[in-house]
Ligand binder design. Structure first.
Ligand code: ADP
Ligand code: MG
Length: 239
């Protein structure tokens, strides 16, 4: 499962590389967590060590920051002191993760295998294998941790998979249609019928360079690795 979390906003923001705000004081064991934004600043308070160490990022701005024009920006996602354990064994994996993401920003979290990147992603989407034991997560102004996984998805949190799974027996376009209508319902908008949905999705196929017959196959069944990823991007574009 991938560790990348994509937060969508409506209308979609333009990508930007505004000042980075990844803050952490202990967190997942990341030996070399290098944020990939150009203006990010990283400072580890730990001496270099061959073993995984707790990452520490310096805070470069306050929670409500300003853009280059001096306008205040409210975070899209704000994680503060998040701690989580594996539900079954109670082993602590996340040890106080702080992360602030504003609209349009792209953040990358890097770290050794097994340091907790996927766990962090899965905790954000509400995976039942993990229990949150402390901290706060606010997404679009709402307490994310109070939401069911499907509510988090409808709010715009999308988790992509390292290897998207096949769903035999579930037609791709039916799957996309249901997911799209669930989101419209949540937004209080009228649901689209099959023909209207087809007209909506058809132009998006070009975006991901996908042929129409992929819509009528079962979700990811027999798809190549690249086709699965393109299908996933189509899902992201649709919902
Ligand atoms: P990363 O994505 O950074 O490579 P993970 O978040 O997948 O790391 O895993 C962090 C650690 O937690 C690993 O040691 C992994 O084996 C363990 N872990 C994660 N999820 C589970 C689980 N459901 N059951 C048991 N151990 C788990
Ligand atoms: Mg991982």
């Amino acid at each position: 499962m991938a560790w990348q979390i994509q937060c969508t906003a409506s209308p979609p923001p333009l990508p930007s590389f505004s000042p980075f705000t990844l803050k952490s004081t202990s967190s997942i064991s990341l030996p070399l967590p290098l944020p990939l934004t150009r203006s990010s600043r990283f400072r580890s308070t730990h001496a270099p060590s061959p073993r995984p160490i707790a990452a520490s990022f310096s805070a470069v701005e306050s929670t409500t920051s300003t853009d280059g024009l001096g306008n205040s920006k409210t975070p899209l996602l704000e994680v503060k002191g998040l701690t989580a354990v594996i539900a079954e064994t109670k082993q602590e994996i996340l040890k106080g993760v702080d992360l602030v993401v504003h609209h349009g920003e792209i953040h990358a979290i890097m770290g050794k295998n097994g340091s907790g990147k996927s766990t962090f992603s899965k905790v954000l989407v509400g995976h039942p294998d993990y229990e949150v034991t402390g901290g706060d997560v606010v997404f679009k102004g709402e307490n994310l941790l109070d939401m069911e996984p499907e509510e988090r998805s409808l709010a715009g949190l999308f988790m992509s998979f390292q290897s998207p799974v096949e769903i035999p027996g579930v037609n791709n376009i039916d799957f996309l249609h249901m997911a799209y209508n669930a989101r419209r319902k949540k937004l209080g908008e009228p649901e689209l019928g099959p023909l209207e949905f087809y007209a909506y999705i058809y132009p998006k196929l070009d975006l991901v360079n996908m042929k129409t017959d992929f819509l009528n196959r079962n979700v990811n069944e027999g798809f190549s690795g690249g086709e699965r990823k393109r299908n996933e991007i189509l899902q992201l574009a649709v919902i």
